[in-house]
Design a protein around this ligand. Sequence first.
Ligand code: THU
Length: 125
Amino acid sequence: MTDFELIQIAKQAAEKAYAPYSNFYVGAALLTKDGQIFQGCNIENASYGATNCAERTAIFKAVSEGYRSFSKIAVIAKDGSTAYPCGICLQVMQEFMPDGFVILEQDDKIVTYSLKELLPNGFTL
Ligand code: THU
């Protein structure tokens, strides 16, 4: 699975985003260490704090299906802007993919960050 392919799958996922409050449509595609793919989209709520980001939707779907170890996650915003994961999503990634990679789009290019670059001192117990 190439980074380009994972980005395309994240773009498909953004089509399912439920974002009537921000109109910011986000899609994610998560690759498990054994090659499964889980898509996620952001799911907003009238009580804004109940919103779930695309990354966490994908990760929680995967964990709820028995997968706990992930190698990379692609994240895109439908408007073409770079969708850096929020702090909460980075912390969730810390739990299940501490040695993983985050693939993003920047000005029509694909860029890859390690989770350690984006969250250098992630909390662990
Ligand atoms: N959002 C994501 O789904 N992922 C990100 O990486 C950044 C933000 C969502 C949350 C909310 O639905 C909307 O984008 C605006 O913050």
